[in-house]
Write a protein that binds this ligand. Structure first.
Ligand code: F0G
Length: 465
């Protein structure tokens, strides 16, 4: 029997969008005009855009067809009920509220539950989650397992939470922990999965302390796939069954449908608690929209309802996870330091190890992301001291890791794009000794990485002669 070794893209392309080659001089001008902040570079000046996997995926022909069914009624639209059914099929959570994206779900949830002085533990908070908690005057506490902070260490579930630390904080901060969150996959920690065993452990501890557990479920489908591949006992289960088992452990979830909802916009907040749901719905109406559309169009709800199902397709997940691993294999051969094993939605380069000449005060991962853009028109994102270094009191603290995230949009790039990426990365890696650090010229008080202006601290970022 023919058993192919090549894992192909499980789709064919029906509609294409050109990407634009630029010259080195054009990229250099674009980077300067953007004050060395890739968030401020125009997308038309980017060749391969790996800034994020959020909202950047290609929708299927089924999703586009579904959008034509969008019921735009203000209240009680059919699209809402199809959306609600799709979410409940996977989560089995009682109350489902659409929101315009994940951070809106976070803000509504935290407004209802979190007070000044509270502590919210998480395996690792994403930037918006952290900022929304801090905006409530509370502390966002990251408690990943030790392996999760060691980029080169192999571990099947580096996204796991340190359950001893959880037990400790629930005891020492009793009464001040309104909820615990678990992020799947752990984005800021390298796109690493959480095992069902760890989730069950966290759930048991939370129940004992009578504190609700919420899933930050953005990449729940990718997490399900990793469980299927790596956790004994789940190899024969379907991704949807594993996802259902994950959601069965929690009291609620926040979700950005821009990731494993396979949509360009949208999210939801879901929970079982009736009283909490009532408070959240009041806030939803105040800021997002009526409870059956939550800031989305009816057609967005349709796209998400179909996308949630497509994200759990086995052929899709196999291809998705393999695309990232394929790039990792090519880089590993050359010795490029990375978070290993590779993440589900992204590959994370360990800039601290790659660029020992740049101190954390000069943002090594930021410098590397600028170098990748200059050399190959590749846009990536820093996950390091620029993103997490600024403390709520205005002081600066080095981040736990200095990573450059190469996030893969869903169903967008093909293997030759990835081959090109590998070439760019290897070229830059060979010249790593010449990369120089950055300094901040201007920065806002919170979420500074989105809009800060920077400059090279010593001459050019990378000589590109
Ligand atoms: N939680 C996690 C784990 C995320 O990765 C994100 C977004 C959010 C919450 C917020 O969702 O963007 O819909 O408001 N992450 C994107 C990223 C932006 O690039 O990783 P949102």
């Amino acid at each position: 029997m023919f058993t192919p070794r090549t894992i192909i893209e499980p789709f064919r392309i029906k509609s294409v969008e050109p990407i634009r080659q630029t010259t080195l001089a054009e990229r250099s001008d674009a980077l300067k005009a953007a004050h060395y902040n890739l968030f401020l570079v125009r997308a038309r000046d980017v060749l391969i855009d790996l800034l994020t996997d959020s909202g950047t995926g290609a929708m299927s022909s089924r999703q586009w067809a579904g959008m034509m069914r969008g019921d735009e009624s203000y209240a009680g639209a059919d699209s809402f009920y199809r959306f609600e059914a799709a979410v409940q099929k996977i989560t089995r959570l009682k109350h489902v509220m659409p929101t315009h994206q994940g951070r809106a779900a976070e803000r509504i949830l935290f407004t209802a539950m979190v007070n000044p002085g509270d502590v919210v533990p998480n395996n690792t908070h994403f930037d918006t989650t952290r900022a929304n908690i801090e905006a409530r005057g509370a502390t966002a506490l990251d408690i990943p397992i030790a392996a999760g902070l060691n980029p080169g260490q192999d571990h099947p579930f580096k996204g796991n939470m340190d359950l001893e630390a959880l037990e400790q904080v629930l005891t020492s901060e009793a009464g001040r922990v309104p909820l615990v969150m678990m992020t799947v996959t752990n984005n800021s920690g390298g796109g690493q999965p959480v095992s069902l065993d760890n989730l069950r452990g966290a759930s048991a501890i939370c129940r004992l302390h009578q504190v609700p557990l919420f899933l930050d479920a953005c990449r729940f489908a990718e997490n399900s796939w990793f469980i299927k591949q790596r956790e004994p006992g789940y190899e024969h289960q379907r991704p949807i069954e594993i996802a259902q088992a994950m959601f069965a452990e929690v009291d609620g979830a926040t979700m950005s449908a821009k990731k494993d909802g396979m949509a360009n916009i949208g999210g939801f907040l879901a929970m079982n608690d009736d009283a909490l749901a009532r408070r959240c719905r009041d806030n939803l109406i105040l800021t997002e929209g009526f409870v059956t559309y939550g800031g989305l169009a009816g057609y967005d709800l349709e796209a998400i309802a179909i996308g949630l199902e497509e994200a759990l397709d086995e052929d899709y997940l196999r291809y998705r996870i393999r695309s990232v691993a394929y790039l990792a294999d090519r880089l590993a051969t050359a010795g490029v330091p990375m978070v290993t094993p590779p993440g589900g939605h992204a590959l994370y380069i360990n800039a601290r190890q790659m660029l020992p000449q740049i101190p954390q005060t000069e943002y090594p991962a930021w410098a590397l992301s600028c170098a990748l853009y200059l050399v190959g028109g590749v846009r990536s994102a820093e996950i390091g001291t620029m993103m997490f270094g600024r403390q709520p009191d205005g002081t600066e603290k080095p981040a736990a890791m200095e990573l450059v995230r190469l996030a893969f949009p869903r169903r967008v790039y093909t293997q030759s794009h990835v081959d090109y990426l590998a070439e760019v990365l290897l070229y830059v890696y060979e010249r790593r000794d010449t990369i120089r650090g950055m300094r901040i010229v201007e920065q806002p008080p919170t979420l500074r990485h989105f809009t800060a202006k920077l400059a090279p601290a010593h001459g050019e970022v990378i000589p590109t002669g």
